[in-house]
Design a binder for this molecule. Sequence first.
Ligand SMILES: Cc1cc2nc3c(=O)[nH]c(=O)nc-3n(C[C@H](O)[C@H](O)[C@H](O)COP(=O)(O)OP(=O)(O)OC[C@H]3O[C@@H](n4cnc5c(N)ncnc54)[C@H](O)[C@@H]3O)c2cc1C
Length: 436
Amino acid sequence: VSAPKILIVGGGYIGFYTALALKKRLRKGEAVVTLVSPDSYMTYQPFLPEAAAGTLEPRHVVIPLRNVLDKMTVLTAEVTGIDHDRKVAVVRPRKEDPYEVPYDEIVIGVGSVTRTLPVPGLQDFAVGFKTVGEAIYLRNHVLSRLDIAESTRDPERKKRALTFGFVGGGYAGVEALAELQDLASDAIKKYQHISAGELRWVLVEAAPAILTEMAVAAGEYTVEILRKRGIDVYLSTTVDSAEGGIVGLSNGESFPTDTLVWTAGVKADPLTTSLPWETDDRDRLIADEYLRVKGVEAAWTAGDCAAVPDVIKGGICPPTAQHALRQAKRLAKNLVARVRGEDLKEFRYRNLGGLASLGRHKGVASIMGLRVRGLPAWFIARTYHLMMIPTVGRKVRIALDWTIALFFKRDAVQLASLQTPREAIEEAWGPESKDG
Ligand SMILES: Cc1cc2nc3c(=O)[nH]c(=O)nc-3n(C[C@H](O)[C@H](O)[C@H](O)COP(=O)(O)OP(=O)(O)OC[C@H]3O[C@@H](n4cnc5c(N)ncnc54)[C@H](O)[C@@H]3O)c2cc1C
């Protein structure tokens, strides 16, 4: 009998940590594992805000899949469909022809996508905050707004360049805003014509609270901290329009801006709804307590794309890295148990708290009901993530980035031209070249 084929869809927290745990647990020849993900690396998302702020080198917050998952096949491609009756997945490398990959067991860890809303004008200029590309873009964009503000002679243009809007009060929106505000406050010290009071940072959240992934108190506390830092936090407020870069809020206020970061809610990756299986109102696959797709043989799911029951507190587990990491480990153990014909164990995880970094020496944490803020919270958050980021190589690189940041001033140069590498040569050719 040939070894069972395990196909992992997604190379994020679930995909990566499941594959890593399988690598450690599976005996030689016990199963053949293939992982499919559009990127050749796993993104350690909690570090993206620091990559945007320039405290961490962007390459250091991603883990190359093939470096760690040796002896496994990693396909840099997307799964565009699954025929579970025939046990085949349709795999399509970027811009290449699709083909079928057979499997015996499938793990679906495709994560989430930003929930877009039909707000007029939003599509034209809002940017998300989920990928390294977006983090680098935002860093360059924010710094280039400072350059515009310093160099223009038009006060309205300056005001608009120095207004930064963030929509969504989850980890991504709050941490990105706090880190970028910290970066800009540091950077303007070198500018002659920008004062701290001219920068405006706005956070808009439709719900009455932010950081709902953490304890309620931590969210309230963070609002207090952000407001003390001069950030305008609008709760129970929505963005109703964004036409021409004028952001209109449901409370009647509006502001012109060049920057609108959209992290307002997530829903599961659309692959979930293309499957003939039950999903919830956020398009998440319904998982059982063993991390199997409910009622489906040989299909497993966890993370942001799955509604995983919280057997300790009741309800559904929140979409956090902390949960995804533990779910992946349990999922791998159950998968190995199934291959060996052993009993499965349910996923049980008692979350001890939450952590958020809010800029250099600033943070908020809620640990076993205790609220911690400022330097201690920042230190705890950093230590926790340094412990959690996989591979010794990444840990050392991150620690070195932080050490350098302790001794040297923040590097506040913008390299926005990286995003338009052909501009210079196109200019050299002149306008005629474009006409053909
Ligand atoms: C900026 C930011 C900061 C965060 N900070 C924190 C924090 O401080 N603490 C915390 O606990 N949580 C934090 N989170 C949340 C945490 O990162 C997520 O909960 C976690 O990444 C979920 O893991 P996942 O594997 O389900 O999804 P992901 O890690 O997003 O992985 C999904 C993977 O699936 C791939 N994929 C998607 N579609 C397909 C397809 N069709 N075929 C193949 N592959 C596919 C994607 O490319 C990706 O590799 C943060 C999130 C963000 C965006």
